[in-house]
Design a protein around this ligand. Structure first.
Ligand code: ACO
Length: 332
C-alpha cells in the first residue's frame, strides 16, 4: 500500500474587530509608538473585548470559514487539535468545545500546549495521525486570547500581544506533500524566563497569587530574544541542509511573529530575501499559537500547490523548531 501523506488543503483565520493601537497603549503605560515600532515592528493588535467570549469563539470562526472554503461537512472531520496557551478553561479541552460549537460530532479532540510553538507541534502531531491511514480530515488550530493573561500595567509585555485564531485542513495524499521534514526541540530549563505561574497545580489561585499578579504572563525579554534567534536559526539551517535546499528552493519563510528584529535576523541567517518572508506582526502583534496559521491565511492567494515553505517558531518552555512543508496536492 502507498504511504499516506498529510496534504494541507485549506487555511482560514480570524481576528476580533477591536484594534488596540500603539497610540492607545501610550495612554495606558509609559511607552511610545516609536519605541514599540522600532523595537518590535508592531503597530497595532486585535483584542477580543466582548465579555463571555474566549479562545474557542475565535477558533470557531476560523474553523467555520475553513469548512466552508474546503466544502467540508462538520460530521466528516475525524480529529481536531487545538494549539493554545489560553484554553477557555483548564479543562475540558478547547478543541472539544470548538468541535461542539461547530457540530464536528465525529471528531476526537485535544489541546496541545507548546507556548508559541503550539501550532508547529500540533501540525506535526496531526500529520503523523494522518500518516497512520486512519483519518480522512483533520483540523489543526492555533488560537490564543493572550489579552486574557497580559498585564496591561506592564509595558514590557502588554505592547507585544494580540488575539486571533487560524486553522488548516489536512487530508490524505499518496504524493509526498504536507510536512516533509521537521526538527522540534524542548528545553524545560527555560521555564524561569517565560511563564504564567498562577492558577496551575504549583500555585493554585489564591489571594496571594492574585496580589502578586501571578496570573499574568512574564518574560525576560532580552534573554528570550537570544534563545529565540539561536533556536529558530539553528533548526531552520539544519532542515535546509539535510534536505539539500537553498533559499531558491523555498517559496516562503513563515516565522513566528514575536519581534520583527528576530524575523529579520533569522531571514538574514538563512540568506532569505524579505520579500519572501510572511509578516503580519505589524497589524496583529504576537498572537502566540495563531501567528503562523494567520500568516498562511493572509498570504493564501500567493501560495500555490507544490510550493515549499519553511515554518519556524520559538516559545516558552522553551519549545522551538522548524518544519519543511509542501503546500496542497491532495488525493492520488
Ligand atoms: N516602552 C518604552 N520602553 C520600554 C518598554 C516600552 N514598552 N518596554 C521596555 N522598555 C525599556 C526597558 O525598561 C529598558 O529600559 P532601561 O534600559 O532603562 O532598563 C529598555 O526599554 C530596553 O529594554 P529591553 O527589555 O532590553 O528591550 P528589548 O530591546 O530587548 O525589547 C522585547 C524587549 C521587545 C520584549 C524583546 O526583548 C523581545 O522581543 N524578546 C523576545 C520575545 C520572544 O521571542 N518571546 C517568545 C515568544 S512569546 C511566548 O512564547 C508566549
Amino acid at each position: 500500500m502507498a504511504r499516506i501523506h498529510a496534504a494541507i488543503t485549506g487555511v482560514h483565520g480570524y481576528v476580533p474587530d477591536f484594534v488596540l493601537t500603539n497610540a492607545d497603549l501610550e495612554k495606558m503605560v509609559d511607552t511610545n509608538d516609536e519605541w514599540i515600532r522600532t523595537r518590535t515592528g508592531i503597530k497595532e493588535r486585535h483584542i477580543l473585548k466582548e465579555p463571555g467570549k474566549a479562545t474557542s469563539d475565535m477558533a470557531v470562526e476560523a474553523v467555520k470559514g475553513l469548512l466552508e472554503k474546503t466544502g467540508t461537512d462538520p460530521m466528516e472531520v475525524d480529529m481536531v487539535i487545538c494549539g493554545t496557551v489560553t484554553a477557555d478553561m483548564h479543562f475540558p479541552d478547547t478543541a472539544n468545545i470548538v468541535a461542539d460549537k461547530v457540530g464536528m460530532k465525529n471528531a476526537f479532540c485535544f489541546d496541545l500546549n507548546a507556548a508559541c510553538s503550539s501550532f508547529l507541534f500540533s501540525l506535526v502531531t496531526a500529520s503523523h495521525y494522518m500518516e497512520s491511514g486512519r483519518y480522512k480530515k483533520i483540523i489543526v488550530i492555533g488560537a490564543d486570547k493572550l489579552s486574557a493573561v497580559v498585564d496591561y500595567t506592564d509595558r514590557s509585555t502588554c505592547i507585544l500581544f494580540g488575539d486571533g485564531a487560524g486553522a488548516v485542513m489536512l487530508e490524505p495524499s499518496e504524493q509526498p506533500t504536507g510536512v516533509l521534514d521537521y526538527i522540534l526541540k524542548s528545553d524545560g530549563s527555560g521555564r524561569d524566563l517565560l511563564y504564567q505561574k498562577g492558577g496551575g497545580s504549583l500555585y493554585p489561585c489564591s489571594k496571594e497569587t492574585l496580589e502578586k499578579r501571578m496570573h499574568y504572563i512574564y518574560q525576560d525579554g532580552r534573554k528570550v530574544f537570544k534563545y529565540a534567534v539561536e533556536g529558530m536559526k539553528n533548526t531552520l539551517l539544519e532542515v535546509m541542509k539535510r534536505n539539500n535546499l537553498t533559499k531558491d528552493d523555498i517559496k516562503w519563510l513563515v516565522p513566528h511573529q514575536a519581534n520583527m528584529r528576530i524575523i529579520e535576523y533569522v531571514a538574514k541567517m538563512a540568506d532569505f530575501p524579505m520579500e519572501r518572508v510572511m509578516i503580519n506582526i505589524d497589524k496583529y502583534g504576537n498572537t502566540t499559537s495563531a501567528t503562523i496559521p494567520l500568516c498562511l491565511w493572509n498570504y493564501e492567494d500567493q501560495i500555490k500547490p507544490g510550493d515549499k515553505l519553511l515554518l519556524t517558531a520559538f516559545g516558552g518552555g522553551f519549545s522551538w523548531g522548524s518544519i519543511l512543508v509542501e503546500w496542497g496536492k491532495p488525493g492520488k
